[in-house]
Design a binder for this molecule. Structure first.
Ligand SMILES: Nc1ncnc2c1ncn2[C@@H]1O[C@H](COP(=O)(O)OP(=O)(O)O)[C@@H](O)[C@H]1O
Ligand SMILES: [Mg+2]
Length: 206
């Protein structure tokens, strides 16, 4: 039987594959039409490389990050790769994650993306989904809610973050070349980040 962490990451891979064309179309509008293709290629490699029977969460996330880093081209490969590798450090040697630890993993992932990509909130990137999601998650956990309920709040905030990206101009990444013409389009990376959180939420609930 395959481990929970394998199944969770395989679930993210399946979600990305399902949304490959959608993500690529979003990137066609404000980028170079490769985000879905890039991410699907990367996660396909991840599912081939991950051991199915190991329940070491840190090791699985580290391998996921390293594979994304090497297989996903463009800006998002190194950014997602770093996010998974930073989250892996918090999960090192663990085969279970508490609600608090998940919050720390999300914080570490965001810090990694920011260190690598030098973006802040409001630049029309994946951070505009992930940062509000983190805030909502921590607020829910602070109120005593469990991980699944925290993730419900995170997903809602991430979806609002996607809507927010439609209203702003891109100032980082390829979409920034469009200037004001990037307004009105939702950010592909904010969308893939939200799909990821949604998959984790559904997995935790299953
Ligand atoms: N500096 C950055 N920080 C955070 N996210 C970024 C940055 N630059 C780009 N992105 C994200 O990467 C996404 C584009 O990914 P992708 O299409 O795979 O790479 P590329 O733009 O190189 O073709 C954007 O939608 C945005 O969310
Ligand atoms: Mg692109």
């Amino acid at each position: 039987m395959s481990s929970r962490i394998y199944n969770c990451i395989a679930g993210i891979s399946a979600k990305i594959e399902e949304n490959k064309d959608f993500l690529t179309e979003l990137d066609r509008e404000i980028g170079d039409a490769d985000h879905g293709v890039n991410m699907a290629r990367g996660f396909h490699a991840v599912t081939e490389k991950l051991p199915q029977d190991s329940d070491d969460i840190g090791a699985a996330l580290k391998k996921t990050g390293m594979t994304l880093l090497s297989k996903v081209g463009g800006a998002s490969g190194p950014l997602y790769g770093t996010a998974y590798m930073e989250a892996a450090k918090i999960a090192a040697g663990k085969n279970e994650i508490t609600a608090e630890e998940f919050g720390e993993m999300l914080a570490a992932a965001i810090a990694g993306i920011q260190k690598r990509g030098k973006a802040v909130r409001g630049e029309k990137t994946m951070l505009d989904a992930l940062m509000p999601a983190y805030d909502a998650y921590m607020a829910a956990i602070g109120e005593g809610k469990d991980m699944a309920a925290g993730l419900d709040a995170a997903v809602e905030a991430a979806k609002e973050g996607i809507e927010f990206t439609k209203t702003i101009r891109a100032t980082k990444g390829r979409a920034s070349y469009l200037g004001d013409r990037s307004i009105g389009h939702q950010d592909p990376g904010a969308t893939s980040a939200t799909l990821t959180l949604e998959t984790i939420r559904d997995f935790i609930r299953s």
